[in-house]
Design a protein around this ligand. Structure first.
Ligand code: ADP
Ligand code: ASP
Ligand code: MG
Length: 454
């Protein structure tokens, strides 16, 4: 084993949900000296009807800061979760978080913000894990930097400052625990990434130390070809490229945060997704280019399928649209002015469809009317209740008949494809269907590629 190598190792919420899970995590870390920088999430669910600590923290903060409930009473179940882990790990005589709890309750009363509240799950869990491993604890507020909140959403991460701060700090520490999900703005205000953001922290840390590998440990044996809550026992993807993974995670394969590949991709650091409950399995390797990796002849044409619900489509119809210079620009300028995000724009000669998340439309109910005005058209149809699917695969480019198989599978199961869009890289096909067909569509596409011989 080459001990000058460095691995950054992130553990998700279910991997750290109880003392029993902490023990598995500790065994994994201690079994390989290269596992030096550990990024923990907050404790997740111990069973299906359990609540994640992050969700408990958001709810507790709302009760205290918005509804003036008693902070100590509301915080009690959270305190119990952490104290339970400490006691079950046998750390009660050497570690007490009472002062931390007191400080957190006080800050909740002072309305420190919901980002601050949510971040405490990772913060406290990091302290426990560091103690248990006998590694140094580094508060992410010191090394994960956000830009000042002048920017619109106040979630703007400062990659350069962070990289410098982390590289300096970690060059002096051979082993450390750095909690995931949060950092701080220049004024010291705690900020979080979006949900699932500990994956992103892991990637940032991996880049800053130029890690040889970023291991992401979770509760499934790798990136699966479809959501295991929809398809029974989907195949494990052995090797996937960053680009394929981004397409799938953006479209709902939540096993890895959709932004987590950016920092490591820049430094060409592979990610290995592994299962804390089955550490002997090799999981999924995420690489820059699958050619760097031995591609076997049975590499599937389709790498995976993912999908998301709650989309709407605005359909615009105007004779001669193709000859009207600036037509699309006027519509897109309106979107920019209103700060509305869209996902896809499939076009015809006289038609244009804009696919967007329904929540974007809810924010601007007058959007269709405004489009009508800037585009000088009468006919606009808005349809909601759509789901978008992404069928992704680097093998698609070389294989004829892939689209035919996808649409045959859908047609065979009585599913109408309302929207079809193929990415210019020929890496993916995006399909819009009605939400009621969501699970059936994913299963039928999975079946035709993974269970049926061509
Ligand atoms: P963690 O808490 O470890 O970060 P997450 O809950 O964020 O874990 O992600 C793991 C979960 O993602 C799995 O338990 C699984 O239900 C879900 N999931 C959805 N799509 C996929 C997929 N394509 N492959 C693997 N897991 C998936
Ligand atoms: N604990 C946070 C969440 O539940 C971040 C994470 O788990 O990655 O979203
Ligand atoms: Mg996650």
């Amino acid at each position: 084993m080459n001990t000058s190598e460095k691995y950054v190792v992130k553990f998700g919420g279910s991997s750290l949900a109880s003392a029993e899970q902490f023990k598995k995590v500790c065994d994994i870390i201690k079994s390989d000296e290269r596992r030096r920088y550990i990024v923990p999430s907050a404790p997740g669910k111990r069973c299906n009807d359990d609540t994640k600590v992050t969700d408990m923290l958001y709810a507790c903060y709302d009760a205290v800061a918005l509804h003036n409930k008693d902070a100590t009473v509301e915080f009690e179940p959270i305190k119990k979760r952490f104290d339970g882990i400490i006691a079950d790990l046998g750390l009660a005589s050497v570690l007490s978080l009472d002062n931390e709890y007191e400080q957190i309750c006080e800050n909740f009363k002072q309305k420190a913000g919901s980002d601050y509240a949510a971040s405490r799950g990772e913060y406290l869990n990091g302290i426990i894990l560091a103690k248990y491993l006998d590694f140094e604890f580094i508060d992410a507020a010191k090394v994960i930097k956000f830009k000042s909140a002048k920017s619109n959403v106040g979630r703007v991460f400062d990659a350069e400052l962070t990289n410098a701060a982390l590289a300096t700090m970690l060059s002096k520490k051979p082993y450390a625990v750095i909690p995931g999900f949060y950092g701080a703005s220049p004024s010291g205000k705690i900020k979080t990434f979006s949900r699932g953001g500990s994956d992103f922290t892991g990637s940032i840390v991996a880049r800053s130390v130029n890690a040889n590998l970023y291991e992401n440990w979770t509760d499934v044996s790798g990136f699966l070809a479809a959501d295991p809550r929809i398809v029974d026992n989907p195949e494990i993807i052995r090797v996937i490229t960053y680009r394929e993974l981004r397409e799938l995670s953006y479209m709902g394969a939540t096993v890895l945060h959709e932004d987590a590949i950016f920092p490591v991709r820049e430094a060409n650091i592979p990610i290995n997704i592994r299962n804390t409950n089955a550490p002997f399995e090799r999981g999924t390797l995420i690489v820059h280019n699958s050619l760097d990796f031995e591609e076997t002849s049975d590499t599937p044409i389709i790498t995976g399928i993912a999908g998301k619900k709650d989309f709407s489509v605005i359909s615009i119809d105007k004779d001669g649209m193709n000859n009207e210079i600036g037509f699309l620009r006027r519509i897109l300028t309106l979107f920019e002015e209103l700060d509305v995000n869209f996902e896809h724009i499939p076009t015809g000669i006289d038609t244009l469809c804009i696919v967007l998340e329904s929540s974007e439309l809810d924010k601007h109910e007058s959007l269709p009317e405004q489009i009508r005005q800037v585009a000088g058209i009468n006919h606009i149809v808005v349809e909601s209740g759509l789901a978008m699917l992404a069928v992704v695969g680097r093998g698609m480019r070389e294989k004829r008949g892939t689209a035919a198989r996808i649409f045959a599978a859908l047609a065979h199961n009585g599913i109408n494809a309302r929207i079809i869009d193929q990415g210019s890289s020929e890496l993916n096909v995006i399909i819009g269907i009605v939400e009621d067909d969501f699970n059936k569509a994913i299963r039928s596409i999975y079946d035709i590629f993974f269970n049926t011989k061509p």
